[in-house]
Design a protein around this ligand. Structure first.
Ligand code: DC
Length: 234
């Protein structure tokens, strides 16, 4: 079967990654979490003191950008890809609230986006890839055969994130999380380069009231419809 490119964009904490990961596993495609790449750059800045007291030393980051090597490797046990920063597994370290708080301004820097988009396009060159993020259908893969834009209300997304943190035994404040979700939505939608928006040809999926199983079913329908109609077209 001919392989296609699948772009999944949408707001933070709306379950994009889970759905993209599951889909990739089911159809045996490569999965790339582009948000993890921006998080890894942010972690690098925190570790190297490039962000201090909330201020970013842009000149220094620009000079060091070529030294920030991000890659993904499959975890043999879980079968899931994990994020590596300069050879070190940072899959857990990039998911902390500290990184979540700092990542949006880093992801808004033009030279950071340029470097990440170039790497992402290289990863997708052979197709057979599911990539999730904010600008995948608009900037990274504007020719993707299947584009999905996922959304859910901020309250529902904050509640899901709260439940996730609690389930991991971490302290969490629902109001704090809701504020963080709203703040990131605003920055992501209003930044100058590649703001978060639905590509005209993307399918809209509001999953506020869908179960994971219902969502998966919908997604497989879209994939099958597309790949089967491609097969019959020859
Ligand atoms: O999906 P996430 O929450 O892990 O993304 C982290 C941050 O990176 C978020 O602030 C949006 C940004 N991002 C982006 O600007 N472009 C992407 N393709 C993916 C994520």
């Amino acid at each position: 079967m001919k392989k296609i490119t699948i772009a999944i964009d949408g707001f933070s904490s709306c379950g994009k990654s889970t759905m993209a990961k599951d889909l990739a596993k089911e159809i045996r495609y490569i999965y790339i979490d582009s948000g993890a790449m921006y998080r890894a750059v942010t972690l690098y800045c925190l570790q190297q003191g490039i962000i201090a007291e909330g201020k970013i030393d842009e000149e220094r980051l620009k000079a060091e950008m070529a030294q920030v090597k991000i890659s993904f490797q499959l975890n043999g046990e879980s079968g899931r890809p994990e994020t590596y920063l300069n050879g070190t597994n940072v899959e857990q370290a990039i998911r902390t609230m500290e990184v979540s708080h700092q990542v949006s301004p880093i992801a808004a820097l033009p030279f950071v986006r340029e470097a990440m988009v170039a790497q992402q396009q290289e990863m997708g060159r052979a197709k057979g890839i599911v990539m999730d993020g904010r600008d995948i259908g608009t900037t990274v893969f504007p020719d993707a055969e299947l584009k999905i834009f996922v959304t859910a209300s901020p309250e529902i997304r904050a509640q899901r994130r709260y439940d996730e943190l609690k389930a991991k035994g971490q302290e969490a404040d629902l109001n704090d999380i809701l504020e963080n979700v709203k703040q990131r939505d605003y920055i992501d939608q209003h930044r100058e380069i590649s703001p978060l928006r639905k590509a005209e040809d993307a399918l809209l999926l509001d999953n506020s009231h869908l179960t994971i199983a219902e969502q998966k079913c919908w997604l497989m329908e879209q994939f099958n419809r597309l790949t089967q109609s491609k097969e019959s077209q020859g």
